[in-house]
Design a protein around this ligand. Structure first.
Ligand code: FEO
Length: 394
């Protein structure tokens, strides 16, 4: 138990080993943490639990260090298994404890655990007085599940924000000011880009709504990664910026290649961007981490995607990237397509259709060449890069 505020303790788990999250969908190069918090007051309240594989260790530690019988209530801010996975094991030992969650949370916790516990459904503004402190619940639907909510601890100026403002980042430190800031913000923006992008309009609204509540916040404790205590509201400002069609001044070129024809096109396009003084980042999709590429696309002004044609379609790594972008729906990005082919050459139109479905405007008509491009054709690729840069500047 690590005290983060007077009589409020972190009782979570640090998972240094986890390298993929959501099954195999999201890379977590720096591990993660499952942050659970215990408010010790006249009424003792646990906020969120930890992922299922750690349930025994977590519950045994809570019992040894605090005593399970002392827990009066459990707040479930979010029912996803990384936060509610220990509930069945925990509640088997404290079946009379109250559970506080949203209406959607009640339904989703039931669908995960199939148990009828003492559910108390709460809405925004509902409170739970614990003694010295008072918990104020703030629904945050679709940030990032329908059941999500925040718990504000009145009297401690503390926001327990669950997934929002989190990072998949295991570290021996507890707080933002104790860690490498580059690592921290890499993980925070990767989390936003890969998980929260589709809900950006809701993120902005929720931040505005929370600001209008006009409550003091000097610490934000998410359910993953470190706790924000140094200028805690800075990360809220970052979220507001990221939610607003965020972009930095560079372009991503992402391609896959069979015999390097498409690769040579990618490099020629890059040289055109460079001559136009547009910075770029180049990725072979099949050799790179998908979530890292997505993070860079999120940060970019535009994405140029390349694939050779195979069986009238694109290579599978390219297809996976396009499919992921369709789900994330980035705003305010320009796009373009290129690729090598042998006889039919559909890859460019497949990519352009994919970009349009992902909400990305095709800024330059696609370019394709048969087999190995000639030096003249590579020059055309360079001009294509220049034209993309020109249209981007418009
Ligand atoms: Fe960290 Fe949506 O779970």
């Amino acid at each position: 138990m690590i005290e983060i505020k007077e009589n409020i303790f972190w009782v979570g788990i640090k998972d240094w080993e986890i390298k993929t999250f959501h099954g195999e969908e999201l890379s977590t190069h720096r591990g993660s943490t499952y942050n659970s918090y215990l408010i010790k007051d006249e009424k003792n309240v646990l906020v969120d639990t930890v992922w299922t594989p750690f349930k025994e260790e977590y519950v045994a530690r809570l019992d040894a260090e605090f005593g399970l019988d002392n827990i009066d209530a459990v707040v479930v801010n979010h029912s996803e298994s990384d936060h509610s996975g220990s509930l069945t094991h925990l509640m088997s030992q404290i079946p009379d404890a109250d559970i506080y969650c949203t209406k959607n949370g009640h339904d989703m916790i039931y669908r995960h655990h199939h148990m009828d516990w003492k559910f108390n459904e709460v809405k925004t503004g509902d409170t739970l007085k614990t003694g010295k402190y008072e918990l104020v619940f703030v629904e945050a639907p679709m940030l990032h599940w329908p059941d999500s909510m925040f718990t504000y601890v009145k009297g401690a100026d503390l926001l327990l924000s669950n997934d929002a403002f989190g990072q998949h980042y295991a570290t021996s430190a507890m707080y933002d000011d104790e860690v490498d800031q580059c690592e921290l913000f890499q993980e925070a923006i990767k989390y936003y880009a890969n998980i929260l992008t589709p809900f950006s309009s809701l993120v902005k609204k929720k931040i505005e709504e929370f600001k209008a509540m006009n409550v003091p916040v000097d610490m934000i404790a998410p359910s993953h990664g470190v706790i924000w205590r140094k200028d805690a509201l800075d990360i809220v400002g970052k979220y507001y910026e990221w939610a607003d069609a965020y972009q930095e001044d560079f372009v991503v070129i992402a391609y896959d290649t069979m015999w390097n024809g498409t690769k040579s096109m990618a490099e020629a396009i890059a040289s055109g961007l460079k001559e136009s003084r547009v910075p770029y980042k180049l990725f072979n999709i099949a050799k790179s981490d998908m979530n890292d590429i997505i993070t860079q696309i999120f940060r970019s002004k535009g994405v140029i995607v390349g694939s050779p044609t195979i069986n009238r379609r694109v290579l599978s790594a390219v297809s996976a990237l396009i499919e992921t972008m369709k789900g994330l729906r980035f705003k305010n990005k320009a796009g373009a397509a290129f690729g090598g082919y042998g006889w039919s050459g559909e890859s460019v139109s497949v990519i352009e259709d994919g970009l349009k479905s992902a909400g990305i405007e095709v800024a330059v008509p696609g370019i394709k060449f048969r087999y190995n491009p000639t030096s003249d054709e590579l020059e055309e690729c360079k001009q294509f890069g220049k034209q993309f840069a020109k249209n981007l500047k418009k």
